[in-house]
Design a protein around this ligand. Structure first.
Ligand SMILES: *Cc1c(COP(=O)(O)O)cnc(C)c1O
Length: 369
């Protein structure tokens, strides 16, 4: 069936108008096309509340992980040491990137349903002056928890270290005053809350810190400085750019402005999320993350107790009726996830919950016999 909506954390359901932008084949060195890239870069800085004097935006081919890998492997030099804060699979992925690249690092792990403690980070930084950079995930898509980057930014900047944030699944939906917080590099991608299609990642970079990284990159294709140097000239990408993705993203940015920017988009996602959680709880589902730190992007639910519940069967039942949900990713419990981002509205959540209810009733009847 080709007409289901995605209730996943990206790629997500996009508008028909964003998809329609991809019907034309652009020429990568044409001025009109290069201008599209430049406009995108400017708009991204605005969304990040980052001034053009201090910050610059770089787009890089690939999925979000390519963006994270580009930053970590381009910015952290051989003399540097990285503190990775991890409370989910995306934090753990950063340790894998560091392992592959031979980056000197330490990890502070918090439990998947707990936000990392700024106080603990302060202690780690005080005890280890060799640490030069700190990195963490904002919205941990593994669980849906929203980490408190503000209090961590205070500690990291107060200690004079550089701060790298993976805001992949929050940028565009949760307002982040990047310059005010002093974040040096913040990463997101085309197919999350801006509601574009997959194909590139983007990084808002402190210009000075980016320029200092010249020559440090451990990979040619992911060299952040080299990518920026080429793009900064006139908007031409260093290697073949994902043209269709880029023009679709430009359209997605326009549609986001028309919706009312981060405020309105974040508000819609939050409303989706709150409605979902309320209705699912009414049906007896429990959330993995406490309400106090549950983000608006994606929610993890425990499998229902006391039933011979099959996720695969339920998934198929729901998909047939128009929605694709997501399996769980936390390690210690049986869970599934429902994303509330993308071109999704409260009416979708109502429909989805009706489908859940139907399914649970069928399941109950089956168990009764
Ligand atoms: C989506 C996502 C990524 C990138 O994942 P890709 O599969 O490479 O796009 C990284 N971090 C977080 C928090 C994400 O949600």
């Amino acid at each position: 069936m080709k007409n289901y909506k995605l209730l996943t954390p990206g790629p997500l359901t996009t508008t028909d108008t964003v998809k329609a932008e991809m019907l034309f084949d652009y020429c990568t060195w044409d001025d009109d096309y290069k201008q599209v890239t430049q406009v995108i870069r400017k708009k991204l800085l605005k969304l990040a509340h980052a001034s053009e004097e201090t910050y610059t935006a770089v787009l890089i081919q690939g999925s979000g992980s390519f963006g994270v890998e580009s930053v970590l492997t381009s910015i952290i030099g051989d003399e540097d040491k990285l503190l990775i804060i991890a409370n989910g699979a995306y934090g753990e992925r950063m340790t894998e990137i560091a392992d592959y690249a031979g980056i000197n690092y330490v990890v502070y792990r918090a439990h998947y349903n707990e936000t990392p403690s700024a106080k603990r980070i302060q202690e780690i930084l005080d005890a280890d002056p060799a640490i030069t950079h700190v990195t963490m995930v904002h919205s941990e898509t593994t669980s849906g928890i929203l980490n408190d980057i503000e209090s961590v930014a205070k500690v990291v900047k107060g200690a004079g270290r550089d701060f790298i944030v993976d805001a992949m699944s929050s940028f565009g939906a949760v307002d982040i005053p990047v310059e005010k917080l002093g974040i040096d590099f913040i990463i997101s991608s085309a197919n999350k809350c801006i509601q574009g299609v997959p194909g590139f990642a983007f990084i808002i970079c402190n210009r000075e810190k980016l320029q200092e990284s010249k020559g440090k990159a451990r990979s040619l294709s992911l060299d952040l400085y080299a990518q920026w140097e080429t793009m900064e000239k006139d908007g031409k990408w260093r290697f073949t750019s994902p043209t269709h993705v880029v023009v679709a993203f430009a359209k997605a940015l326009e549609e986001m402005e028309a919706e009312g920017g981060i405020q309105a988009r974040g508000g819609r996602y939050r409303a989706n999320n709150q409605l979902l959680v309320r209705k699912m709880k009414e049906m007896g589902f429990k959330t993995y993350i406490d309400d106090t730190c549950q983000g608006p992007i994606i929610t993890t639910f425990f499998y229902p107790e006391d039933t011979n519940f099959s996720f695969a069967e339920m998934y198929a039942y729901i998909k047939e009726r128009g929605y694709a949900i997501y399996p769980g990713k936390v390690t210690e419990a049986e869970t599934f996830r429902i994303g509330t981002i993308g071109e999704i509205y409260e009416e979708d959540i109502v429909k989805l919950c009706d489908i859940f209810k139907e399914y649970l009733e069928i399941n109950d009847r089956r168990e009764a016999v």
